[in-house]
Design a protein around this ligand. Structure first.
Ligand SMILES: [Zn+2]
Length: 258
């Protein structure tokens, strides 16, 4: 999996989030109002996507604006009554422990607060960009616990991909998270296996592949042992071809031959 280095943009992001939080402080009522992730300013949203090279934090699909959702590592639905859950996430990622507190706890303050910590629903370290597929990633996960693999370099490097497209980890603790995110969904596996096959055939340029559909499909047809899975038929379809291309990240990512 790809490590997302949130520290790289931390200062910039936090200064924008501070500004946003300040804009929600009502001096007369001594309370915060109207600040939530749904109204999060565009510059912060863009920075989240940019900081992960515009790839889904989990499945690594290239993101475009229409297919993007904001993922809360610590689920948005949790609150101050779930402190043990917050601690559990914090035990994996120290910044989630030091920079993030329950949103309701933050907003209960009758005085303007110093940051960090930030309310979890809009904290930089708790926000990732995910694809919007219903069968994997953010939507599939819902509010279930996961280990925040992309936020830790060591954990991210413990996830690899077999050349048959299978996503796996030798660290057994991470397997449940792969299952919750459904990262071995059949289409995802199929797509990754095609990329690994193309890499093995010497292809190096995603754009070239994207522009030469007929050649690529013929190559798959002739040389790729797909076990009768009908790969040519699958990717001849324009929507599926587009989906395949959106996972070009994997051209360079096969780690273990089967
Ligand atoms: Zn995804």
């Amino acid at each position: 999996m790809k490590f997302i280095d949130k520290a790289r943009h931390e200062e910039e992001a936090n200064s924008w989030i501070d500004e946003y939080i300040d804009s929600g402080w009502n001096e007369e009522e001594s309370s915060y109002c109207g600040i939530g992730y749904k109204q999060l300013p565009r510059n912060i949203r863009l920075l989240i996507t940019e900081s992960q090279d515009s790839l889904c934090c989990y499945c690594l699909k290239a993101l475009d604006n229409s297919g993007l959702t904001l993922e809360h590592v610590i689920p948005e639905s949790l609150n101050a009554g779930n402190q043990s859950e917050f601690d559990r996430y914090g035990s994996y990622i120290p910044k989630l422990a030091t920079q993030v507190i329950p949103g309701d706890q933050f907003r209960q303050s009758r005085a303007k607060r110093e940051t960090p910590p930030y309310p979890h629903d809009i904290a930089w370290y708790n926000l990732l960009a995910s694809c919007n597929h219903t069968d994997h990633c953010n939507h599939k996960r819902q509010n279930r616990f996961i280990i925040p693999i992309p936020l830790d370099q060591t954990l991210a490097e413990e996830i690899s991909y077999f050349t048959d497209g299978m996503c796996f980890s030798g660290n057994m603790e991470l397997i449940d998270t792969l299952v919750v995110l459904n990262l071995n969904q059949s289409m995802l596996k199929k797509i990754r296996s095609v990329w690994f096959f193309l890499a093995e055939r010497g292809y190096q340029d995603v754009e070239y592949i994207s522009n030469n559909k007929d050649e690529i499909l013929a190559e798959i047809d002739k040389n790729f042992d797909t076990g009768g899975l009908g790969f040519r038929g699958t990717f001849d379809n324009d929507a599926n071809w587009g989906k395949l291309i959106s996972y070009g990240y994997f051209l360079t990512q096969a780690t273990v031959p089967v």
